[in-house]
Write a protein that binds this ligand. Structure first.
Ligand code: SAM
Ligand code: SF4
Length: 328
């Protein structure tokens, strides 16, 4: 097992495969998109396989593909299939906006993908359009239905934003009555690539929970997985469950087992850290596997205690990156 300098096990890699996206969620990136990196600036699939193999050897056993929108990158399915065969990787999952062709669901099922997180901030077509700046609700809804039918473990991620989707909270909780899905309400974070200002949020996880318990006082608290990033609940008799993720309040850092590699190959041992060491440049300069392992270890043993400490190390006037370049 791999441990950081605070005794936390490290098991989980979030791997960003692209910064690009076909949606423009206003809380994630500006309407005109981001200053996209060139293909050469991104890690190649071969470079990603090399890094994941080394990390798997060190103790990472779970990989989540993310981005940007992962399915925007060409040949994602063959790449995932190769990843799924790396020794030591027990769980491979993906976060997607659900606009990809449905045939990819069968391919993911066939390679044994453990879970798919679908980002869906509204069950209302108009609100969805306003938030994502694209008219893709019907396709995403169809993707969700097909995903549930496939039997792959399905989670919905919904970022909760005052003035935008508070009216979706209860309908989403109610969706879990009939569907075997896990809906996770996420606090909005400042990672929007300068798309908009960011004020301290009013709707933190406690307020979201209070809103739910006002209507459903008999919700049942579930045991959280040791390194869970959410507080989890269910309605009595429901097939599914729901959770709240204190992404901005950062009350779960003490059990965080995750690291990130951005599409450009930077290592982030905390979401709130600025920049990150470039394993892309290190590899391209000829680093051996042993040197890469040693370098990883150096950063794992210097990990910030929590998101507040990591944020303090940022320059004061640094703008926050987009979740799409971090690998959200
Ligand atoms: N494009 C894919 C998707 O939307 O699922 C994967 C990448 S996206 C950056 C990953 C997750 O980050 C999504 O669930 C999205 O809602 C979340 N996210 C993006 N910007 C955020 C922000 N500023 N605050 C909170 N969550 C954010
Ligand atoms: Fe794209 Fe995901 Fe960001 Fe929305 S949250 S703009 S779908 S990367």
């Amino acid at each position: 097992m791999l441990f950081d300098n605070h005794g936390r096990p490290l098991r989980y890699l979030r791997l960003g495969v692209t910064e690009r996206c076909n949606l423009r969620c206003f809380y994630c990136m500006p309407e005109e998109g981001l200053p996209w990196s060139s293909k050469k600036q991104l890690l190649s699939y071969e470079e990603m396989i090399r890094l994941v193999s080394i990390l798997a050897d060190m103790g990472i056993d779970k990989v989540r593909i993310t981005g940007g929108e992962p399915f925007v990158r060409k040949d994602l399915i063959p790449f995932m299939s190769e990843l799924s065969q790396i020794d030591g990787i027990e769980k491979l999952s993906i976060t997607t906006n659900g606009t990809a062709p449905l045939k990819h669901i069968d391919a993911m099922k066939a390679m044994g993908v453990h879970a798919v997180n679908l980002s869906l901030d509204s069950l209302d077509k108009e609100r969805f359009h306003k938030i994502t700046r694209r008219d893709e609700f019907d396709q995403v809804w169809e993707f969700l239905q097909a995903l549930i039918k496939s039997g792959i473990k399905t989670k919905i991620n919904a970022v909760i934003m005052e003035e935008h989707n508070l009216d979706d909270i209860l309908p989403m909780v109610e969706l879990t009555k009939k569907e075997p899905i896990n809906v996770r309400f996420i606090e909005e974070m400042p990672f929007n690539g300068g798309a908009k200002g960011y004020q301290k949020i009013n709707w933190n996880y406690q307020k979201i929970l209070e809103h739910i318990t006002n209507k459903y006082p008999d919700i049942i608290r579930l045991d959280d997985h040791v390194s869970s990033t959410s507080y989890n609940y269910k309605l009595p008799e429901a097939k599914g469950s729901f959770g709240v993720i204190p992404a901005y309040s950062r009350s779960i850092c003490s059990s965080c087992d995750r690291i990130r590699i951005t599409p450009k190959g930077e290592l982030k041992t905390c979401l709130y850290q600025a920049g990150g060491f470039s394993f892309r440049d290190f590899m391209r300069a000829g680093a051996s596997d042993d040197a890469i392992r040693e370098k990883f270890m150096q950063f794992f043993k210097n990990r910030a205690k929590n998101g507040f400490e990591a944020e303090k190390q940022k320059e004061q006037n640094d703008t926050f990156e987009s979740m799409a370049t971090i690998g959200g």
